[in-house]
Design a binder for this molecule. Structure first.
Ligand SMILES: [Ca+2]
Ligand SMILES: [Ca+2]
Ligand SMILES: [Ca+2]
Length: 473
């Protein structure tokens, strides 16, 4: 073997050893099958490990007042927050993260942590932590945070939490650490006392914190931006349409369907939550079941196969990899999911609760299709009453009866009688011309001040292909 070749071989062998050994380092530690408590599993963990909790309710010593000891690990549920509950029974804090490590906490329902005036459910001190897909219910303050360099609370639901002074759901301070950006995105806050999120200004005497950003979230109160606390692309005071708060079912209602964990089926509602497709456009939607609207939902199930279905038919149902074509990688992902389900799966295309022959047929009918979404744009987002609304469209299929409709924002998708205020075919008339794939129509209805949307449809159909919101004021 030549010198260079043997050197190359050594590099290859070393790389292979490193790959194998580094993949062997990360360990899944299961509670309660391998470790009796959450703390026992964390104590045994090294950086990179995952502590995975089976469905169940976790109470008592070792399952509250959990310390991460500065470890960068993931603490997650096996099957999402619906049946994985950490109940602190009004005792000391659930989770304490202090000063080091960059852990992830994912997929729990966290209830009854602490009493008013004591520690909150999760106490962060200068830690770059990600908390996602969690539900916080009836805690005495949920998250008290001195943000680390990059701290995120993503896709969580906060319901009926209470703090003694400020921030029933999330409180922020900067008293010790030089914090970084704290991002609170894609969340739903509802019925928290005395309010959803707030700054503890008494604690802001030292240190520097560039800001907390609350983005793409639903809040009950109409917040204004203030020093170090900024709200962007949020909606305020609108009912999130939870399925059943009395039964702790925080799935969002949808006329297209939402997962019912009791019957393990998809169920259709008479309303559609405004939290569906509300999340950050930069957040990944691809794990959501189709129709996902090509946008992540707000709340605890956003970005998961359990996310409630969108009314917007963007993308292709069989494009599991979300790369705009149905090809071998999609089949590879699909064939791995052939089974009866007790959890929703992206691959259950027809939403009947199993990945089966019906889904195979849907997959086959979409095989090798390349997707190009129809696109709708408005000339403005805010109009005066009576001001023309110009809606342009492109990538349309050119059917004779492709059409555009104007209606109230969030109006029912069925029945349509009385919902559509004004409509035109793509030729701008109510007579129609075939072969038009791009162009514009102008709505001239005099609208009362309020929130509206324009919807795009194919061939006299009622499935929304794209929509844009507008305000008249
Ligand atoms: Ca969605
Ligand atoms: Ca694909
Ligand atoms: Ca199916």
């Amino acid at each position: 073997m030549g010198k260079n070749l043997s050197k190359l071989f050594c590099v290859f062998a070393f790389s292979l050893f490193f790959l194998i050994s580094s993949s062997a380092i990360a360990v899944e530690r299961h509670v309660p099958s391998q470790y009796p408590t959450i703390q026992a599993a964390i104590d045994a963990s090294a950086n990179g490990d995952e502590v995975v909790l089976a469905d169940g309710t976790y109470i008592g010593t070792g399952n509250r007042n959990i310390h991460f000891w500065g470890k960068t690990i993931t603490l997650r549920s096996e099957n999402g927050p619906t049946h994985c509950i950490i109940d602190c029974q009004a005792e000391t804090p659930c989770v304490v993260l202090i000063e080091s490590g960059a852990p992830v906490i994912e997929g729990f329902t966290i209830v009854r942590c602490s009493t008013i005036g004591s520690s909150p459910a999760i106490n962060l001190w200068g830690v770059s932590c990600i908390i996602r897909n969690c539900i916080f219910i009836e805690n005495a303050a949920c998250i008290y945070c001195t943000p680390g360099p990059d701290t995120k609370v993503v896709n969580c639901t906060f319901y009926r939490n209470t703090a003694d002074v400020k921030g029933g759901a999330v409180g922020i301070s900067t008293n010790i650490h030089n914090g970084g950006v704290f991002t609170v995105s894609n969340n739903i806050f509802w019925d928290n006392e005395p309010n959803d999120i707030d700054y503890d200004f008494h604690m802001c005497k030292s240190g520097f914190h560039p800001g907390t950003y609350v983005v793409y979230s639903m809040l009950q109160s109409n917040w204004k931006n203030q020093i170090r606390l900024f709200f962007e692309n949020c909606i305020y005071g609108q009912d999130p349409c939870f399925v059943n708060t009395g039964d702790n079912d925080f799935h969002l209602k949808s006329q297209k369907g939402r997962w019912d964990p009791n019957s393990k089926t998809w169920v259709k509602d008479t309303v559609t939550s405004p939290g569906i497709d509300l999340g950050d456009p930069a957040s990944g939607y691809c794990e959501e079941s189709w129709p996902h609207g090509k946008r992540i939902n707000a709340g605890s199930y956003g970005g998961t196969p359990e996310a409630s279905l969108s009314v917007v038919h963007k993308g292709n149902v069989a494009d599991i990899t979300c790369d705009e074509q149905v090809a071998a990688p999609d089949f590879s992902a699909f064939s791995g999911e052939w089974q009866v389900l007790d959890q929703p799966r992206r691959e259950d295309f027809n939403h009947n609760g199993t990945v089966d022959m019906g889904d195979i047929l849907i997959f086959a009918s979409n095989w090798l299709k390349v997707n190009i979404d129809a696109v709708l744009l408005l000339d403005k987002t805010t109009y005066l009453p009576g001001e023309p609304i110009v809606a342009s469209f492109s990538n349309m299929p050119g059917n004779q009866f492709d059409w555009l409709g104007l209606c109230a924002k969030g109006a029912s998708i069925e029945p349509y009688a009385g919902v559509i205020i004004d409509w035109y075919y793509t030729d701008g008339t109510q007579i129609s011309t075939p072969g038009i794939t791009e162009g514009f129509v102008t709505f001239t209805s005099v609208l009362e001040p309020g929130d509206y949307e324009v919807r795009l449809f194919f061939d006299n159909g009622y499935d929304i292909q794209d929509r844009k919101f507008l305000k008249v004021q």
